[in-house]
Each structure stands twice: as structure tokens, then as C-alpha cells.
Design a protein. Structure first.
Ligand code: SF4
Ligand code: SF4
Length: 414
């Protein structure tokens, strides 16, 4: 099935080159209030790398008949899709939808072909590897070996792979009252985070189960890349893999954001019901009165993943979940993106590392004189910041470290 845009008519007003909603496209009043919240604008100072500039470019194509060319492609592809602009916009412009529509239209657009290497990398990643979890797991073994032989530079951001972790399946309850969604890349590369999450869930008195076959790739990366048909197929597969009405706990902010949006994306009652079951891990934790934690006395700097803060609006839950056990420090950059952006760090390495420099500086300011221990609820952000030399852990790992005696610990009061 092709992901190419559907039509190109030569109407006087609208060209239909982009798969965007016209009301959303014209909602921007060009006030510029979103600009300080845009990481690519902050590091380049270029209007074309700002939300306003990107919307202007979309309008030029859609309403003025400008071509879908290479320059348009660059303006769209440099966007991290962090949606910091959307959260800051007083006019309610739904920038995420606009960008997804523009990306969708760029897939296979004749006037703006991608470079051969990038096309090959995207085809391999999106079409071949991510939808086949067995293949991703198989490919992780050579990566593990290369890492052992010190052939993988740290700047690549690959977390330390563990043969023991890869070999050992996660235990699941046969009669679950809650699911833990384990995803694709995270299951292959950060399975110990899932182990910590399961430990915490059991300590809270839950019976966590895992998705059946097909409950791996959620399609978030495909959706961001404009590959909507494959994203929809993966979304349906994920929904089928976790039947019933038990809550679906997600310990990856990017996946959770996508799964909470299945209802809107697929537009069916089934998808809406599924989305209503989805909780970020920390959101679920703060609803558990039986979870007892001891005060570790440790300081931790919170990094808010964009898809937790700007899309799920659940960044507060991480602070609340950790507060009984850790001293929380926050950065002074108003939640500016770290530059990870799903596959963005791989596809746009220069911009991505420039953006990261600002985030690392903000984290160090928040930590003061001490070497920072950072907590991030998104695997992509954790890998990206880890590649810059920071010690980054998931809220589940920090909570598992702080599990205490239920009779003398601090409790979550829900
Ligand atoms: S997207 Fe919103 S905040 Fe940004 S320029 Fe347009 S109206 Fe203003
Ligand atoms: S989504 Fe993020 S990177 Fe893209 S325009 Fe908005 S603020 Fe900038």
C-alpha cells in the first residue's frame, strides 16, 4: 500500500498537495509566541526552522501552488516533532497534525526525492525491521557483539546491551489485571527497564501481563514519518494483542502518546476504547495507594520528554511518583526538547546534537555542583542524553531501587 499523498488538483484556492486540514492550516495568526519554544529555531535562528515558518511553507504549497520540492522537504524534515510549539500556541494550532500531514504528503512525492542512502535506511527501518520484532531481536545480537568489541562509538547512543537480558523473557501473569506494553526497540535494547516496571507493578499489588504476538511496534515512528498506512496496520495489531479492558501501562512516552491517540487516528469506537485504557507508567504509579517507597535521599534532575509533557500532559506524574523517594530538581528551560525526536537523532545528527547541548547545559544547571542523575520517561531521550555522557535512568528503575517495607515506607496516596 502506498503512503503517497492522495491527490493533486489544480483548484484556484486549494491545491490538495498536502494531507492537512485546511481549518488547522489557516488557524495560525503568525504571532510568533511559539518561536522561543521551538528547539530548531533556538539553535538556528532561522524563520524557516520555526513553527511559523513551517506553517507559512505549508500554506505556500497548499494555497499558493508552490511546488513540493527539496527546499520544502528540508523545512519539514528538520522539525523534531516535539510539539513544544503546539503547547505554547494561544490560537490552538494543531501543529502535530499539520506536520504529520505534510510528512505524509512527502512520502514518495515526485518533486522532492530523498537521497538514496536515506531512502534505503528508512525503507529498512520502517518497512522491514520495526514491524518484525523477531528480526529486530536477531539484529540486536550482532550489535551486542560489536559493542563488546568496542566497535560502536558512544555518540551512536546505543544503550549497554545485555546478553542475559536479551536471553531472558519477561515473566507475565497468566490472569492479568493490567498490561505492560513492551514495544519494539525498547524490548530489544532496554528490557531491564521493563523488568523494573514489572517489579514496581507487582510491589503495588498488581498482576501485570504482557501483550500477545503483534504487541510490539506501536507505529509512532511510522506516523511521524508520514507512513500512515503502515502506522494504522501496526496500531490495529497492537490493539488486538491486548484484549479486554485492563489498563495498558506504557513506559515509553513516545509510544504512550501514539497509543493514547489511536482513537483519533483510526476513528473507530474500538480504537477510542483502547486509547482510554492507556496510561503512562508514572500516571499508573501515582494511582497505586499500596506502593511503599523508602526515601533514598538522592537528588535527581527530571527531563520531561516532549511527548509526555506537550502531548500526554503527564509530566507532573513523574514528579509525584518519585517525590516520596527522591529530591526532585527541574530544568529552567521550560521543557525545551532534547533533540532525540524518535529517529531524528539518527536522521538529523547535527541539528540534534546542537539542540542536545542546550538541554545538557540546563540539566547541569539544575544539578548544581553535583554530577547529575537524570530521569527520563522516554527511551529515545535516555539514549540521546546518555550518548552525551549523562547518567540517565527511567522512573521505573528509580522506583524499583526505592521499594521499601510496606509497613514503614512513604505511600502514594493516589
Ligand atoms: S503557531 Fe500559534 S503561536 Fe505560533 S505563530 Fe502561529 S498562532 Fe502564533
Ligand atoms: S514541533 Fe518542535 S521542532 Fe517542530 S516546529 Fe514545533 S517546536 Fe519546532
Amino acid at each position: 500500500m502506498s503512503d503517497a499523498p492522495v491527490q493533486r488538483e489544480t483548484g484556484r484556492v486549494r491545491v490538495h498537495a498536502l494531507a492537512v486540514d485546511e481549518d488547522e492550516l489557516v488557524a495560525c495568526v503568525a504571532c510568533g509566541l511559539c518561536l522561543p519554544h521551538c528547539p530548531t529555531y533556538r539553535v538556528t535562528g532561522l524563520e524557516a526552522a520555526s513553527p511559523r515558518g513551517r506553517i507559512t511553507a505549508m500554506r505556500a504549497v497548499e494555497l499558493d501552488g508552490m511546488p513540493l520540492d527539496d527546499s520544502f522537504r528540508r523545512i519539514m524534515e528538520t522539525c523534531v516533532q516535539c510539539r513544544g510549539c503546539e503547547a505554547a500556541c494561544p490560537s490552538g494550532v494543531r501543529f502535530g497534525h499539520l506536520m504529520e500531514g505534510a510528512r505524509r504528503s512527502l512520502v514518495g512525492a515526485k518533486g522532492a526525492p530523498r537521497g538514496r542512502r536515506r531512502r534505503l535506511a528508512e525503507w529498512l527501518g520502517y518497512q522491514i525491521v520495526l514491524p518484525r520484532h523477531w528480526l529486530l531481536l536477531a539484529l540486536t545480537w550482532p550489535a551486542w557483539l560489536a559493542q563488546r568489541l568496542h566497535l560502536v562509538p558512544r555518540r551512536f547512543g546505543l544503550p549497554t546491551l545485555s546478553a542475559r537480558s536479551l536471553r531472558t523473557h519477561l515473566g507475565a501473569d497468566p490472569d492479568p489485571d493490567v498490561y505492560l506494553f513492551t514495544g519494539c526497540v525498547m524490548d530489544a535494547w532496554q528490557r531491564d527497564v521493563h523488568r523494573a516496571a514489572l517489579t514496581v507493578m507487582r510491589a503495588a499489588g498488581a498482576r501485570p501481563g504482557l501483550a500477545r504476538t503483534g504487541g510490539d511496534c506501536c507505529g509512532a515512528l511510522h506516523l511521524h514519518a508520514g507512513r500512515v498506512h503502515l502506522a494504522a496496520r501496526l496500531a490495529r495489531r497492537v490493539m488486538t494483542s491486548m484484549p479486554g479492558d485492563a489498563p495498558v501501562v506504557v513506559d515509553s512516552a513516545g509510544c504512550g502518546a501514539a497509543m493514547k491517540d489511536y482513537g483519533q487516528f483510526l476513528g473507530t469506537d474500538e480504537a477510542r476504547a483502547f486509547s482510554a485504557r492507556v496510561r503512562d507508567f508514572s500516571e499508573w504509579v501515582v494511582e497505586q495507594p499500596a506502593l511503599a517507597l523508602r526515601d533514598t535521599g538522592r537528588d535527581v534532575v527530571v527531563q520531561d520528554p516532549c511527548h509526555l509533557r506537550h502531548v500526554q500532559h503527564a509530566d507532573g506524574a513523574v514528579r509525584v511518583a518519585l517525590a516520596p523517594a527522591y529530591r526532585i530538581h527541574v530544568t529552567d528551560d521550560d521543557g525545551l526538547c532534547c533533540g532525540a525526536g524518535g529517529a531524528y537523532a539518527l536522521l538529523e545528527p547535527e541539528l540534534s546534537s546542537q539542540i542536545r547541548l542546550r538541554k545538557v547545559a540546563a540539566i547541569r544547571r539544575a544539578a548544581g555542583a553535583a554530577a547529575p542523575l537524570v530521569v527520563s520517561a522516554n527511551p529515545g531521550c535516555a539514549m540521546h542524553l546518555g550518548a552525551a555522557g549523562l547518567d540517565v535512568r527511567h522512573p521505573a528503575e528509580l522506583l524499583a531501587d526505592a521499594l521499601g517495607d510496606p509497613h514503614d515506607g512513604n505511600r502514594h496516596d493516589g
